[in-house]
Design a protein around this ligand. Structure first.
Ligand SMILES: Cc1cc2nc3c(=O)[nH]c(=O)nc-3n(C[C@H](O)[C@H](O)[C@H](O)COP(=O)(O)OP(=O)(O)OC[C@H]3O[C@@H](n4cnc5c(N)ncnc54)[C@H](O)[C@@H]3O)c2cc1C
Length: 313
């Protein structure tokens, strides 16, 4: 049994903690905010790669994550539902690297004006508030302990842990002090009451701006924006009006629905996900961060990969 400390209780940290604990390790999660107050809870969240690396290893993580989410969806209390929706494509060569991963994904035959092509697929839709609570409870059930505090250096854990995993999202590079390539990409969403819609739409290349509509169990998430380097966590009313306009143009049934909540989050973007050993510390360290707009999507696959890497530490 190893003593593993995971820094971060977003979807990445919790998934990693879950996997180590399930393997029989003694796990402590240290974070200065719980999952309900993390970027992970602001996420829409639909299983789909956005704003991140396209590579064979990512395809592997997508495949593994999808299989895990399908299994999790069998437990109704997890807040994960398999739902049909459409990815709208407006460029001549859209990235379809994710498509072979999803059984049954097919060409869309009904498209909005201006779209060149599209894909219909059934993928997990994650009601993040419910899922975060479920995942935390699963971790606790496996014996994971939680500490609420800020971590200034991974060296703090020397002597008290056999392995530290840094899963601190946007602040991971600063915590490790050797990586300034993580940048915030601001997102904003407005959530509407859901009268019973289930079908999601992703329209990343909408000429009027990034647009998505994700009906979840308790609301419909409408987005969005993708503002590189912006750090304001305030809801911008003009952005919200524009999001609602685009979303309603895409899904006319949204017109007149009551706004139930709003959210802003900073995606932890990096040219590539950092999932590797970090040498030269007072304790063995593995980094796992920089998932951009795909952290929920990649979480289980990355968590499995971290546990595999740990067996070589
Ligand atoms: C509007 C919006 C929509 C999105 N939609 C989707 C989607 O549909 N699908 C999808 O897959 N992804 C989506 N994302 C992206 C997704 O939210 C992120 O990729 C994901 O949440 C990153 O998870 P994380 O655990 O790495 O980081 P976070 O959720 O930010 O968690 C980081 C954790 O680390 C802790 N921490 C950091 N530094 C320290 C420190 N020094 N000391 C102590 N604790 C520390 C924090 O307290 C927190 O607990 C969306 C994001 C936004 C903003």
């Amino acid at each position: 049994m190893r003593r593993v400390t995971v820094v971060g209780s977003g979807v990445i940290g919790l998934s990693i903690a879950h996997e180590f604990a399930a393997a029989g390790d003694e796990v402590t999660v240290v974070a200065d905010a719980d999952v309900a107050h993390s970027v992970s809870t602001v996420a829409a969240a639909v299983w789909f790669p956005y704003l991140g690396e396209v590579s064979p290893r990512v395809t592997g993580w997508l495949t593994r994550s999808l299989a895990r989410y399908r299994a999790v969806a069998l437990d109704d209390s997890a807040g994960v539902d398999l739902r049909l929706g459409t990815v709208i494509e407006r460029t001549a060569h859209p990235d379809r690297s994710w498509m072979p991963v999803v059984a049954g994904a097919r060409e869309a035959d009904v498209l909005p004006a201006g779209a060149l092509s599209g894909v219909r697929a059934t993928v997990p839709v994650i009601t993040t508030g419910v899922y975060g609570e479920w995942l935390t409870a699963r971790c606790r059930g496996l014996g994971v302990r939680f500490e609420v505090r800020a971590v200034a250096s991974v060296d703090e854990f020397a002597g008290g842990a056999d392995l530290v995993v840094v899963a601190g999202g946007l602040r991971s590079g600063a915590l490790l002090g050797d990586d300034d390539s993580v940048v915030p990409v601001r997102g904003q969403v407005v959530r509407l009451e859901n009268p019973g819609l289930t079908e999601w739409f992703i329209d990343d290349d909408n000429p009027d701006g990034l647009t998505y509509v994700v009906p979840r169990r308790d609301d419909i998430v409408c987005g969005g924006v993708s503002e590189l380097g912006a750090t304001s966590l305030e809801v911008d009313p003009a952005t919200e009006r524009a999001i609602l306009e685009r979303a309603t143009a895409l899904v006319p049934e949204l017109a007149g629905l009551r706004i139930v909540s709003r959210g802003v989050g900073l995606r932890p973007a990096r040219p590539t996900v950092r999932l590797e050993r970090v040498d030269g510390r007072a304790v063995p360290v593995i980094a796992c961060y920089g998932h951009g707009g795909s952290g929920v999507t990649l979480s289980w696959g990355c968590a499995e990969a971290v546990v595999e890497l740990a067996s070589a530490v």
